[in-house]
Ligand binder design. Structure first.
Ligand code: NAI
Ligand code: MG
Length: 529
């Protein structure tokens, strides 16, 4: 999508502006709600960077504004880190990593595990505050942040704590044909990769920080984390929690700033051994190029256009419809794994479309802080522009908007949950990631043909299948080219379950024990006896 306002370092590039897209705007009453005194206090000071255990202003002295997406009003100023701050943060991480006598490197695995466990405990202790801050910054309902984002973040640290003591190598019997009679003792050890750069998005700001930092700490690496410029607040609060838990200075450094400056400097840095990125496929490719200079390891968790396939023999139509609605509308569709292509077997297509549309119409829109809000605003004016742009494109291309298709209200970044039918497979709304509450539904006849259509995407992040025929579920799951396949459920996440993409949805996996391989090097040690 072209035509978005350019980001410029050092200025408030996301000033709320009158919105100029073609989609209609339907009215929406948006109550104003003040944050709690505790959160107001956090917001009242310019939030600094965390480098080498010190909270400090950016080297340039620049700051940027953070906005409440429910109103477009500025809520905080945050230090705008750039290349110089990234240099300092990488140097701090490198100094810790390279010093064998540093407390981080002499800590036993058991001590490290206990420290990581404590981070999980502290997150739960501060659950209300974190949920409120997340809601205010990102726009998601506070109730959702409290039951999903915050406990999942805590659970990730609790899960990873257990791995600190279980990073084992192997003893390997070797034969060495050119050294007859010689004896060897050979084994492998798992060592941390080194200094890691992590760049995260705004859709689950705290949870993405947890997904990234948990394995870094479990495997004994050092890190520079760059949160998304739209939503830097909970990562900064998490930085305080890490200090409270006792993470030594310099192990975790947090540099807020723009992607094009701070993010790009981190991805290209010659003293960074690995970069882990979550965000757009477009920027993912730039990260790969930037990493080529020193061939740093790269893991990527990118976009998706996930097929959600409902067979007519689905067990419980009502539950299936609720599942299909939640697959796309959860987190306002701002999920890389959102079930955005809904394929329904012909006999029940009309019922499902009607059901999902009714569910869309029933969703209560409002600011995240309001207790009865079920869906908040999109995260930014940039995303509002992008999502309404797709709504326009679909309507102009002749697709049928069953419900939604409008912006809501004229302040804040709200859109209606939207259901579209009669789209062709070559339309942008079918091919591209919209990252908003917009689902494209299409009927199918042939259970074989739908597998090919499901796979007809440059992405391969997730897929859904709804059927009571267990053999069909397995057959279909086996042939869908996706990192996660949910059967009779959707958006089920767990710290123990690996998550990541096939095709252009990424490289590597987050969570589970798979992620640990991506934060360790294997060293083979061979002893002549
Ligand atoms: P983005 O990919 O630009 O931003 C993600 C992160 O990358 C942010 O921290 C950003 O500061 C950083 N970044 C941006 N440009 C960079 C660069 N040149 N070098 C290093 N880091 C850089 O995503 P954006 O613009 O916020 O959203 C655009 C689209 O990306 C969304 O509409 C959605 O389709 C997709 N997206 C996918 C996500 C996922 O979970 N896979 C999350 C966020 C966005
Ligand atoms: Mg971007």
């Amino acid at each position: 999508m072209k035509g978005l306002r350019p980001r410029r370092a050092g200025v408030h590039w996301r000033q709320p502006q009158p919105h100029k897209t073609m989609v209609a705007t339907a009215p929406l009453e948006i109550p104003e709600i003040n944050p709690s005194p505790r959160v107001q206090e956090f917001l009242s000071a310019t939030r600094p960077l965390l480098i080498n255990g010190e909270w400090k202003a950016a080297a340039s002295g620049e700051t940027f504004a953070v906005y409440n997406p429910a109103s477009g009003a500025e809520i905080a100023q945050v230090a705008e880190g750039g290349a110089e701050d990234i240099n300092q943060a990488v140097a701090a991480a490198r100094k810790v990593f390279d010093d064998p006598s540093h407390a981080w490197n002499t800590m036993t695995p058991s001590e490290r595990g206990k420290l990581i466990w404590k981070i999980g405990d502290l997150i739960l202790e501060h659950a209300d505050e974190l949920a409120e801050l997340e809601s205010l910054d990102n726009g998601k309902p506070m109730g959702v942040a409290k039951v999903a984002d915050v406990p999942l973040s805590a659970d990730l640290f609790h899960y990873m704590a257990g791995w600190a003591t279980k990073l084992e190598g192997n003893t390997i019997p070797i034969s060495v044909p050119y050294a007859p009679g010689a004896k060897f003792h050979a084994f492998t050890v798992r060592e941390p990769v080194g200094v890691v750069g992590q760049i995260i998005p705004w859709n689950f700001p705290l949870l993405m920080a947890a997904w990234k930092l948990g394995p870094v700490l479990a495997t004994g690496n050092c890190v520079v984390l760059k949160p998304a410029e739209q939503t830097p607040l909970t990562a900064l609060r998490l930085g305080e929690i890490l200090q409270e838990a006792g993470v030594p200075d310099g192990v975790v450094n947090i540099v807020t700033g723009m992607g094009e400056t701070a993010g790009a400097a981190l991805a290209a840095h010659d003293d960074v051994d690995k970069v882990a990125f979550t965000g757009s496929t477009e920027v993912g490719k730039m990260i790969v190029n930037a990493a080529a200079g020193n061939l740093k390891k790269v893991t990527l968790e990118l976009g998706g256009k996930s097929p959600n396939i409902i067979f007519k023999d689905t067990d419980d139509l009502e539950a299936t419809i609720a599942g299909a609605a939640s697959a796309i509308f959860f987190n306002h569709g701002q999920c890389c794994c959102a079930g955005s292509r809904l394929y329904v077997e012909k006999d029940i297509f009309d019922d499902v479309v009607q059901g999902v549309s009714a569910a869309a119409d029933a969703i209560k829109l409002g600011p995240g802080l309001a207790a009865d809000t079920e869906m908040g605003p999109l995260v930014s004016d940039e995303q509002l522009e992008r999502v309404t742009g797709y709504m326009n494109a679909g309507q102009e291309a002749g697709a049928n908007c069953v419900t939604g298709g409008t912006r809501r209200g004229d302040s804040g970044y709200f859109v209606s949950p939207t259901v579209i039918t009669d789209a062709r497979d070559d339309m942008s709304i079918v091919r591209e990631e919209i990252f908003g509450p917009v689902v494209v539904a299409d009927p199918f006849d042939d259970p074989e043909e739908i597998i090919a259509r499901g796979n007809d995407s440059t992405y391969g992040l997730a897929a859904g299948i709804w059927t009571r025929d267990i053999a069909k579920a397995h057959r279909t799951a086996a042939r869908l080219r996706a990192g996660t396949v949910w059967v009779n459920c959707y958006n089920i996440f767990d710290a123990a379950l690996p998550f990541g993409g096939y095709k252009q949805s990424g490289w590597g996996r987050e969570m589970g024990h798979e992620v640990l391989d991506l934060y360790t090097e294997t060293k083979a040690v061979c002893l002549g006896l």
